[in-house]
Design a protein around this ligand. Sequence first.
Ligand code: GLA
Length: 697
Amino acid sequence: MSIAMVGDKVFRLNTKAFSYVVYIGPEQLPMNAYWGPLVEHDSDFADAAFAREPLHFPPQHLWPQEYAAFGGLFQKETSIRVCFEDGVGDLRLRFSHHTICDDHLCLTLLDQDRPLTVELWYRVRENENIVERWCCVKSNVAQPVTLINCATAQFSLPGTGYCSTNFTGRWSGEFQQKTTPIDCGKLVYESLYGLTGHQCGPFFAVHQGADETDGMVWFGALAYSGNFKVTVENVCGEHLNIVAGINDSTFQRTLHNGESFETPHLFAGCAKGFGQMSRTLHHFALQKLLPSPMCRSVLPVLYNSWYSTEFAVNEQQQLALARIAAGLGVELFVMDDGWFRGRVDSTAGLGDWTADSVKFPNGLTPLIDGIEALGMRFGLWIEPEMVNPDSELYRAHPDWILRYAGREPIQWRNQYILNISNPAIQEYLFSSLNDLLHEYHISYLKWDMNRYMAEIGSVGTEQEDFALCHAYTEGVYSLARRLRNAHPTVELEACASGGGRVDYGAIQYFDEFWPSDNTDPLDRLLIQQHYSLLYPPKCMRSWITDDTAFNGRQIPLQFAIYTAMCGALGIGVNLALKDSETLSAIGCYIEQYKAIRPIVQLGSCYRLSSFEASPLQAVQYLLENSGVVFVFLHSAQYGKSRYRCLLQGLKPTNLYSCRAGDLCYVKSGSYLMQHGLELILHGDWSSVLVTLEAVEG
Ligand code: GLA
């Protein structure tokens, strides 16, 4: 049983790997009794309350509450805050009753004298080692109640010495993993950009000095692509309080009598080391979250013409690129920005999702037919949430953008944001994209989002409309959901100026992500490594390009393409400018990639070493009896060319045949994990791909 009661006050939730135990403590408040590796003897928790109730005065401050309400004696970060019509600004929640239904537990709390209910939901994903949490607030109060804050979940961990790991970053420098001690005060990770953003992630990963393979990591990934807030707080130097959910700085929701509000969900777990944490989340995403029907199959090798042609696209030039791409083994040809009405550059066209009649006088059909005749599928770039002032859409509906009444709206990249929380705008976008997908045989859309939100308002709204930010995110999900339902085989990629919308909410609507506009292989290796802390390599698009803009350096093809082969391979180089030798080399690498692709995209990922701590960066993938290891060396030093790399996850007694080019040898799993895989990497920008195959002992 994944959920059991111990006595009448303790709820024990077990996955295969960990237990999560909640008890109803003093003042009828749900509190955490335990969160850690599996404890199989349920009655151990019969006296759960004893273990965690502090002797402090006042003790309430240290209660390990599952969902603390603002008010009373609670001064630490709380999960919920309301304001009643008469100005009363606190909630006095008390446990009322529970329901257990299969793998779901609901603890219902009720304000002690007003009919406002808070349901704490837990879903035990037993096989995936995840406890899913969310909250639902229901009002039966006669007058409207304003929800000022309504987080998804709160957690607490006993003791001190915790650190928090998250990302910092920016455009083209996403996913830089950082660890911060939480010795005092609060650490807040948040977005106020209207979307997930580049600067940190909607998740927590806390530990007492864990590394890749050791030390317990407690984690929670928020399924949300809007303004989020994750607070990690050291309370009185005695326990850790974690609250995650929608950012209350830009949130408000009025509940009328009979109305309810459900928060985004969060996926929590605990694992030994960051490696195990990542594999738990990757496996969960692959098994349960990524949208069907593509979730279990491999993603195609794509070509994208953006870096070759930018906005200046036309039929002949795209077909010329497509002919070369098809010859190399590319499976999906994508025309990026520039194809739609009036789109000469970034100043015009966004909002008008029909083919530009100057660039494509016969529409897109001749191009698509040509690409399909070459044996490839066809895809397009869109940016549905945006509008340029120079567009038919804006001329017809200048009032559809986010703006404050009476103020000059702010442009960024020459564009405004459509108020997608408005059902009429959602309807327009759905019908224009639906028409596009009906008119043409399109099997992929790259959904971009290239600016941050500035004005949380709309015409007719005198003040900031705090309900708007969350409604906007729901609008994005609703549009994606409708498009997916109407066109289930169309692959959707999420891009937001690179990796600005990568999270466990978006992963349920998009098949893949573009983690960064930075395609410099050295930068990209670190971005990819840290991206994989949470997100599976399968849905990590990675291209080789000619772009040297970031660091002004040329990196050898093998190093660059092996970097891209660590995820879902894409080609973004200008094929028209490549000599036949380079083209044939790219073709060989694509063939090699297709042979290992199921292992990379569907297997388990092990980060073996990183440039941050070693001259080598190495990553390993395992799927049943097969494995792949990529190893990179960017700078040779002191004439050293022989290295060893300790593998992980193998069966110690199995024999593995290891192949790197012409070199082949057989070693046991324990040898490869303890002595290491022997490698020769000679000179700057060296890289090697080793395949592993279990053989009969
Ligand atoms: C953004 C994306 C790029 C490309 C351009 C097109 O910058 O991140 O990959 O699609 O838009 O305008």
